[in-house]
Design a protein around this ligand. Structure first.
Ligand code: MTE
Ligand code: MO
Length: 362
């Protein structure tokens, strides 16, 4: 009893003024969307603080939402207080609880598929829906933030305490996973969970939205290597199966990872086959038969692999046959499948961010 009383007092003391709670919720949700989206591009372990920040902010939202609900409870439970905006408030609450619940369940190692979607994809869906809902909700009862609500030192201390509590909660949770040896214990710093085994059958086929081409005829297939090279060439599928092997970890943003032995041709060797590289060259762009594409800086690209094999087997159609990009330390969505063109370029390709989202839609 004494302990819960003390926790209560601590929470009461942390509680910001109502307007500050509202604006903080808004800011935290925006920060969650930002850290969540940016985390999709992080594949190297040094990026771990971003994932921790995302988790700590999430715990912060739980606290903020608790304070908020305690304050507005009657507006939801007493029908005489219902307004038109109440429906929007409830919808916003549903999205927030959905995002938090799926996030927490994911962290505890729950690894289920809801038809096509992984639990993590559902979390992302709730999170993305929450941003416009929170913005609309804030607009219906707009009250500008006031100075007094954010009196500087106290505010800084409160937020620091909130985030520290969030980080601590996550750390304790990791301990629970380790102790119970739940599925969550094997997750990477990105939160992704392992898919064990070797070869095509060991890991899921994951295509982004609608990217779903017909199988490519191996004999008719040609890979174009062109752009800022002296001698553009076209290579056959057999020429790409050069026997270079590398172990690399594929980490998909839908929440799984797999370590496989990939076989094929080093992109550096591929470029050598196309003669000299222009002095202006800075990027290599890999384009799929579907139009889906991604670029890597030249140095990184040279060490990447164009894979024709996985786990000693020829790549299956779903995994990108005849050839797919293997880009170690990059997230899965950058590992372009069904590559038909490798192009040396001088400029960064901003359009790839849009193309990866809409590729496959007619
Ligand atoms: N052309 C193309 N390449 C693609 C995709 C796609 O939708 N189209 N999906 C990407 C994503 S999101 C991931 S995680 C990996 C998955 O590779 P896999 O299907 O072999 O598991 O491929 C990437 N390459
Ligand atoms: Mo992915």
């Amino acid at each position: 009893m004494a302990a819960t009383d003390r926790l209560r007092t601590a929470l009461d003391r942390l509680e910001p003024p109502p307007r500050a709670v509202d604006w903080s919720l808004f800011a935290f949700v925006v920060a969650e969307a930002a850290t969540g989206l940016v985390s999709f591009t992080v594949g190297v372990p040094e990026g771990w603080p971003l994932f921790w920040l995302h988790r700590a902010l999430g715990v912060g939202i739980v606290a903020l939402l608790g304070w908020k609900l305690a304050r507005v409870r009657r507006r939801l439970t007493d029908p005489t207080l219902w307004r038109r905006s109440t429906a929007l408030s409830v919808l916003t609450l549903v999205a927030a609880v959905g995002a938090l619940a799926t996030g927490v369940a994911w962290v505890f190692g729950l690894d289920v598929r809801l038809s096509y979607w992984t639990l993590l994809s559902v979390h992302v869906g709730f999170g993305l829906a929450l941003v416009p809902l929170v913005a609309a909700h804030a607009a219906t009862r707009f009250r500008p933030p006031r100075r007094v609500d954010f009196e500087r030192r106290r505010t800084a201390v409160r937020y620091f305490a909130l985030l520290a509590a969030g980080g601590t909660t996550y750390r304790l949770q990791q301990g629970i996973n380790d102790a119970l040896d739940t599925a969550g214990a094997d997750r990477r710093f990105t939160g992704s969970q392992p898919r064990e085994g070797d070869g095509n059958g060991a890991f899921p086929i994951t295509s982004w939205v609608a990217d779903d081409p017909d199988p490519i005829d191996r004999d008719a297939y040609r890979l174009a290597v062109d752009g800022l090279v002296s001698d553009a060439v076209e290579l056959t599928a057999d020429e790409l199966a050069a026997g270079h092997e590398t172990e690399a970890l594929l980490d998909c943003t839908s929440g799984w990872y797999t370590v496989q032995e990939w076989g094929g041709i080093r992109v550096g060797d591929l470029l050598d086959a196309a003669g000299d590289i222009d002095d202006d060259a800075a990027y290599v762009r890999f384009t799929s038969v579907t139009g889906y594409r991604w670029s890597l800086p030249l140095d990184e690209a040279e060490d990447a692999l164009l894979a024709t094999h996985v786990g000693g087997e020829r790549l299956s159609h779903g995994h990108g046959a005849p050839a797919r990009l293997v880009a170690p330390d990059r997230r899965g969505f950058q590992w372009v499948k069904w590559v038909t063109r490798v192009e040396v370029r001088s400029e960064y390709d901003l359009g790839q961010w849009v193309v990866t989202l809409v590729s496959g839609f007619d």
